[in-house]
Design a protein around this ligand. Structure first.
Ligand code: ACO
Length: 427
């Protein structure tokens, strides 16, 4: 097979190299397209556009494969913990004991957040959506850590990375505690990374913190499952903002905003609200299935469908099992879980969903677990952001180390041609 793609246009013939990834994915390299042909490509939503070469995450939507740095998501979710996965994603290899310990110690060294940041948090009304608060606080961190912006060397990058891995969970916990009216807490460096997050979120001022293994393990698994997903909307945002050398924290703040939307990370909140609405409406799943299929009704079955997975989302399988285990172990009976299972069963047998290859995605069951852990619905997307943090960092670091150019797509202009200016009196 030729390793060139031929484009014929206007009687001319152009050749473009075809590149192959390590999993045999093919791409036409059009770096010289505009210079040689004067044309650009148009691809709204970038459904056919590879924005970069990346060695971090491989996913195959047709076969339902997801791997971080070559390791399957199933293995990582079962055998690794979140901090190991974070290290793997960011630096490319699973850490040995010493590397993991050093990494964790470096993070602990940075786990204070400037007290002044509390004043910024105080400025938000209690009703503020936690994603807006988290994005703002992450951006505000730049002011308190200005040395993290200009990261020319790998060691400067490392410092920014451990700082944000240390401080971000504090911001997440503070955001939730503010929502719940609890005093702001700092962590406990004697605890594991995720255990500490759990403590920071849930410790009550008048009670001793109780280590809840089931909850901590469930949280750990959810964070791993969300840790990276190649060039999705928020990750592409982080890379493109980072490509202007705006700095890691500002890039992450933009990524958080991108994740907020209900078509992306906001879906986990939307799923639970949808399930609650169905329950409040008598639990008639058939009615909502019909609404989802009605083209005149804007309602979509939240938590179903995925841009890339067209057979199943491997994360959804792991999460569904985990939801059963967590609720079982915690002794919770949640009618919402039954509604979710009912909807899934109906959708998987329904022609509309089958024809369009619409399957439950990672967010269909994650909200049910978060709810069982006592996390408020509005915090679900924040939990997604916490999980995605290492992926965003890894992608930003890769982009900087590969010295990628500033992201700046082209367009096809379809507006007015040149017009003479008409003065205000004559309009
Ligand atoms: N319910 C009902 N119909 C749907 C759904 C759904 N959840 N998702 C897609 N469809 C239909 C569309 O109406 C369209 O039908 P048509 O071909 O008759 O016009 C067809 O399936 C294809 O849908 P697109 O929106 O073109 O697919 P796309 O790949 O662009 O979008 C997306 C994927 C955004 C995830 C979409 O499936 C959706 O909106 N799902 C619900 C929101 C959701 O769960 N988002 C979370 C995604 S996972 C994540 O971000 C972690």
């Amino acid at each position: 097979m030729s390793d060139k793609a031929i484009l014929e246009y206007g009687g001319e013939r152009y050749e473009f190299p075809v590149i192959k990834g390590t999993e045999d994915e093919l791409a036409i390299d059009i770096k010289t397209l505009r210079a040689s042909t004067g044309m650009v490509t148009i691809d709204p939503g970038y459904k056919n556009t590879g924005s970069c070469e990346s060695a971090i995450t491989f996913l195959n939507g047709e076969q339902g494969i997801l791997r971080y740095r070559g390791y399957s998501i199933e293995d990582l979710a079962e055998k690794a913990d979140f901090l190991e996965v974070a290290y793997l994603l960011i630096f490319g290899e699973l850490p040995n004991k010493e590397q993991l310990e050093k990494f964790h110690n470096d993070i602990k060294e940075e786990s204070q957040v400037d007290e002044e940041m509390k004043k910024i948090l105080d400025g938000f009304p209690k009703s503020a959506h936690p994603m807006g608060v988290l994005s703002s606080l992450t951006s505000a961190l730049v002011a308190f850590n200005p040395s993290c912006v200009d990261v020319a060397s790998e060691s400067a990058m490392y410092n920014s990375i451990v700082r944000i891995l240390a401080k971000f969970p504090v911001l997440v916990a503070w955001t939730m505690r503010k929502k719940k009216g609890l005093p702001l807490d700092y962590g406990d460096d004697t605890l594991g990374y995720v255990e500490n997050i759990h403590k920071m979120m849930f410790k009550r001022p008048n009670q001793e913190y109780k280590r809840d293994r089931i909850a901590i393990d469930a949280l750990d698994k959810l964070l791993i499952l969300h840790a990276d997903h190649e060039q999705n909307c928020s990750t592409s945002t982080v890379r493109i903002v980072g490509s202007s050398h705006a700095g890691l924290f500002a890039s992450l703040s933009a990524g958080i905003s991108a994740l907020w939307g209900p078509l992306h990370g906001g879906a986990n909140q939307a799923v639970l609200e949808m399930l609650e609405a169905i329950e409040a409406d008598g639990g008639d799943t058939k009615k909502y299935m019909a609404k989802a299929k009605d083209k005149n009704d804007p309602f979509r079955l939240m938590g179903f469908g995925h841009r890339v997975y067209k057979n199943f989302d491997p994360r959804a399988r792991i999460i569904k099992k985990s939801a059963d285990e967590v609720l079982g172990n915690l002794g919770i009976e949640d009618p919402i879980l039954d509604i979710a299972k009912g909807l899934e069963k109906e959708a998987l047998e329904d022609k509309y969903f089958v024809d369009r290859k619409l399957y439950p995605n990672v967010d269909f069951y994650s909200g049910i677990i978060y709810r069982a852990l006592g996390i408020p619905t509005e915090m679900f997307t924040v939990m997604f952001a916490l999980g995605r943090l290492p992926g965003w960092i890894a992608q930003w670091r890769e982009m900087r180390l590969r010295k990628e150019p500033i992201g700046r797509p082209r367009q096809v202009y379809i507006g007015e041609n040149h017009r003479d200016f008409v003065s205000l009196e004559k309009r």
